[in-house]
Design a protein around this ligand. Structure first.
Ligand code: NAP
Length: 271
């Protein structure tokens, strides 16, 4: 069976590692091709967009894909929507592999926004020296905030419109709590902006912000397309693939348990 993993995340790489060497399984990981030197998973790797829903549908058919795993980043909402539409048209079983979102704990001072634009509108009321960790894409949303200073951390250098007063820090997680404490102190940060990416690798900034009594502006995740089953760990996704090969569900997936915050119940790890 041919499995296509839509990747670009640690979980996607981990799933490819788990499936690597399984007899009778061909695994291809697809990357968007945005990062200059990505960490590559085992198995086949392809890079670049498919050409929308139609392009992905054609790819699934042409390569006789028997199972599709959308293991893209929780904020890659367009790709997830395309995956849902293409899988339905090509009649390929689809699973979303999503690490759980973060949830606030006692002492956190979280403010939530539904988009980068909304975060930019809320930001001036929260602080003046901003640690912006939402990635190099979308900096344009903050470009008009001339009264604020930004420390922007990203894997590759930002391009395009961006804030006038900013410093760039090129780095890739995992990050340590000591490192994050030091960074907040050295740059006299008074507000943190983050996507609700979840996972342990980038969670220490939340702890460091809580310790320092700083407000955190959290961008909420886009929804997963209706009807797509979810696994919250690569091991569960590997079981789901086994089930597809066996012709039916034996292990099941992680149901989305509604919580106070509307997100799957999850504890933040890494504290
Ligand atoms: P997006 O806005 O949802 O997708 C935009 C377009 O990029 C898609 O329509 C598709 O082009 C192409 N694309 C996205 N992911 C792809 C993949 N895995 N393989 C092939 N084409 C892909 O995505 P994004 O937010 O720009 O993220 C791009 C990639 O970076 C994803 O793989 C994601 O896992 C990773 N990533 C994203 C974030 C984030 O914060 N958004 C953070 C870390 C990593 P076509 O329509 O031409 O097929």
């Amino acid at each position: 069976m041919h499995v296509l993993i839509l990747g670009g995340t640690t979980e996607a790489r981990r799933l490819a590692e788990l499936l690597d060497g399984t007899p009778g399984l061909v695994v291809t990981t697809s990357l968007a091709g945005r990062v200059a030197s990505p960490r590559l998973p085992p198995g086949e790797v392809r890079a670049g967009g498919f050409g929308g829903i139609e392009g992905l549908t054609a790819w699934l058919r042409q390569h006789r894909v028997g199972a599709l795993v959308d293991a893209t980043h929780p904020f890659a909402g367009t790709m997830s929507l395309h995956a849902a539409r293409a899988a339905a048209t090509a009649r390929v079983p689809l699973l979303a592999l999503r690490r759980p979102g973060w949830v606030p704990v006692e002492g956190d001072d979280w403010h939530e926004a539904d988009s980068l634009a909304q975060a930019a509108a809320l930001l001036p009321a929260l602080g003046r020296r901003v640690f912006l960790t939402t990635g190099r894409m979308g900096l344009a949303a903050f470009a008009d905030l001339d009264a604020l200073w930004f420390l922007v951390r990203s894997v590759d250098a930002p391009e395009g419109p961006r804030p006038a007063r900013m410093e760039t820090l090129l780095d890739r997680g995992p990050f340590t709590l000591d490192g994050e404490r030091e960074l907040l102190g050295r740059h006299r940060i008074d507000v943190l902006v983050t996507k609700d990416s979840g996972g342990a690798a980038t969670a220490p900034k939340l702890t460091a912000a809580r310790e320092a009594g700083l407000p955190v502006l959290v961008i909420r995740r886009p929804p997963i397309p209706e009807g797509v089953p979810i696994a919250t760990a690569p091991e569960r996704a590997a079981h789901w693939i086994e089930d597809q090969r066996a012709g039916g569900p034996a292990h099941g997936t992680d149901d989305r348990a509604p919580t106070r915050t509307g997100r799957p119940e999850a504890r933040r790890v890494g504290d």
